[in-house]
Design a protein around this ligand. Sequence first.
Ligand code: APR
Ligand code: ZN
Length: 320
Amino acid sequence: MRPPRSMPNHAIASTSIDEFHEVLRTSKRIVALCGAGLSAASGLDTFRGAGGMWRNYQATSLATPEAFEKDPGLVWLFYGYRRHKALQAKPNMGHFALAELAKKKGDGFMCITQNVDGLSQRTPHPRSQLKLIHDTLFDLKCFSCDYREIDNFNDPVHPSLTIDDESVTARLAGASTNPFHNRIAFLDPATPQTIDPAELPHCPKCTHGLLRPGVVWFGESLPQDTLKEIDDWFDQDRVDLILVIGTSAAVYPAAGYVQIAKRHGARVAVVNMDKDSLGSASNLRKTDFLFQGDAAELLPQMLGPIRDRRKASVKEVKFK
Ligand code: APR
Ligand code: ZN
């Protein structure tokens, strides 16, 4: 029987870790869909809600090709800051627990992450089971040609992009008189550019194009080879469980994997600080799970039985 419309998710789904452990034990194929909340305990900001502002800008308004075209220096300052923060941060126990699950389950586990912070890559998570659908902050690509640089961990990424507080503040002061920039305000042609594009990093291949962060921005297509790998995994067999971890599940196509997993037979287990805005993972059923709290604390408890405590590695894998 369908619950009445007004009944919230969390009144229906199970919140029992013991029941979850039972499902985990019998699940042959598990997929995880991860978002910014997974890295929140590592000190990295989320995109929406409380952590969604960078200075006076909505983080999501800076993640578009239009924003880069209008003011590449501003977008680079934002990404320079995020690269710096991600390099300073450390993977948390949530990332390590997922890495253990991946090692234990082999092909029976796939982790789809929207995160571009590189933290999962710094755990012993087998790389073939980690699908970076929004790419990473540490790849650079050319805005004009097909040039791509992999694993650039320079901080700052370019001498023109020092991220110290004082110089960023000074540069932003000239950017706009509008203290609450939104996408429309800062696409206003009258707004001056934050940094002269001539000073910004340029492509070594075509020489005229600007380098940009290698992440997927709004309106851009996702990496086709990664999408194909994900589709192939789903097509192999039924899926028993999807873990929806620290994501508002509001951005497609990523959020669509919840429905796809359900169509393949999966129960849903949500791990989120906020139980009320679960995007595509709303409408939880009696057979689903909802764990409210910090992913870094909950995941080690949830995945406890599957992990070999003696061998569990929390040793960080350093960047090259
Ligand atoms: N533990 C678990 N969940 C948390 C925690 C935490 N410590 N802190 C925050 N959350 C939850 C929030 O309640 C929210 O539901 O994490 C979610 C973060 O949501 P978003 O900020 O929307 O991040 P995400 O879902 O990853 O965004 C998707 O949007 O901007 C684009 O490309 C960007 O990959 C990103 C995509
Ligand atoms: Zn180029």
